[in-house]
Design a protein. Structure first.
Ligand SMILES: *Cc1c(COP(=O)(O)O)cnc(C)c1O
Length: 404
């Protein structure tokens, strides 16, 4: 069920952050989307349809796995994994694309577009494009196309047109700008499926509500098995949708500590990281007011991360709010540390995680030690790492990149 979350939600603001700062040409479409969504949120038939696809197509509820081997290897808190990697298409992204595709269908749109970084949101969008018969166009940075060739081919097989974007750093930020431009031109027949809790109101709220299923299920599953709540919850943060979906289930349980993990990249200089909470300042990006990595003149500074899905110089406005309120603590993990955690999780637990998720694992390892035994630590395993195999092999010297 999509739940009613109302606090701090005045006209799409979360404290000082959020809002709708989109080009005027999109205002009507955004108001229309908000109106439609508010109506569908309360509509029993819509909720039943969403439930149907969650159960019979995505494969929900996803498993909650006790990671016995990681627990003993790390020597601290018990480690639990919410298995979004087992969803159809391999990550949490499909929770959102199914929901937004149902909205697009209701609004009579025939064409859907999306931006993508690692390609997981692009694949999840191409998938619902096929499932519901939309014309589908996905914008992806040329640099990300190089890193994530497999996902480009998957999208094409699913019938989507993939448009390479070579402006800027040719990564997620540039793909997002290009998707917004396309939407402004084609808004009459097109719905833009934003892939994270970013963008102008109502997108951060819509995406959060569709991802909240992660935290709601986790809480139920954890309680049933342990008759208590976890002591801490960890998730990686790019735009912040898997983390937001997970955290929402525990937000009001003040004893549960929440940690978001951003990409520390290869250093602290501008252009070397995607650590928005650490280095960002209030600003505007892609239609929302949030923390943005920018220079003194307010120009957005390109982000970097070994994982294409975390490579974004902004963050969802509601995360910026949780950062300022202190409800969620944000940490950073470097490229190298994420690569180490990636291989460790493969070898110890028999799970190949996404490089994005590997950032969460690395921080969880030190947190598990700090928490100590008899405590419980829940990690959002946001996606599987098949897409990253060639890039990790190249970076760790396991192969010369011949996997492509
Ligand atoms: C896209 C992606 C992320 C980052 O996006 P969020 O919106 O921050 O969740 C993290 N993990 C995986 C597996 C992804 O595909």
């Amino acid at each position: 069920m999509v739940k009613e979350h109302s606090f701090t939600e005045k006209e799409g603001y979360f404290g000082d952050f959020g809002g709708r700062y989109a080009p005027e040409i999109l205002t009507e479409a955004l108001l229309d989307l908000e109106k439609t969504y508010l109506r569908l949120k309360k509509n029993k038939k819509f909720q039943k349809e969403l439930e149907y696809y969650r159960k019979n197509y995505i494969g929900r509820p996803s498993l909650l796995t006790y990671a016995e081997r990681l627990t003993s290897a790390w020597g601290g808190a018990r480690i639990w994994l919410k298995r979004e990697d087992l969803n159809h298409t391999g990550s949490h992204k499909i929770n959102n694309t199914i929901g937004q595709a149902l909205i697009a269908k209701e609004m009579g749109k025939r064409r859907i577009i999306a931006e993508t970084g690692a390609g997981q949101h692009g694949v999840a969008t191409a998938t619902v494009g096929a499932l519901f018969g939309f014309e589908t166009v996905v914008f992806m940075g040329e640099e990300d196309l190089r890193r994530q060739k497999l996902n480009e081919i998957r999208m094409q097989m699913l019938g989507a047109r993939v448009v390479g974007v070579s402006s800027g750093t040719a990564t997620l930020k540039d793909a997002t700008s290009e998707a917004m431009r396309d939407w402004a031109l084609n808004v009459s027949n097109t719905h833009y499926i934003v892939g994270s809790v970013i963008g102008p109101h109502p997108f951060p709220t819509i995406v959060r509500d569709f991802q909240a299923v992660i935290g709601e299920e986790s809480k139920k599953q954890f309680k049933k098995r342990n008759n208590k709540l976890p002591d801490a919850v960890v998730a990686c943060v790019g735009g912040g949708s898997n983390a937001m979906g997970m955290f929402y289930g525990f937000l009001k349980d003040k004893k549960v500590k929440l940690y978001g993990v951003e990409a520390g990249g290869k250093g602290n200089l501008p252009g070397e990281h995607s650590a928005t909470m650490l280095f960002g300042k209030p600003g505007f990006l892609h239609g929302t007011k949030t923390l943005v990595i920018q220079d003194e003149g307010g120009q957005v500074v390109p982000a970097h991360s070994v994982s294409a899905g975390l490579d974004y110089p902004g963050v969802g406005p509601e995360h910026a709010y949780f950062h300022s309120s202190g409800r969620v603590k944000y940490e950073t993990v470097s490229d190298q540390a994420a690569l180490d955690a990636f291989l460790e999780v493969c070898r110890i637990e028999g799970i190949i995680p996404a490089l994005e998720t590997a950032h969460a694992f690395h921080f969880a390892k030190s947190l598990a030690k700090d928490l100590g035994k008899k405590r419980d630590l829940l990690i959002c395993l946001s996606g599987r790492g098949d897409k990253d195999v060639a890039e990790v092999a190249r970076l760790t010297g396991l192969s010369d990149g011949g996997i492509h």
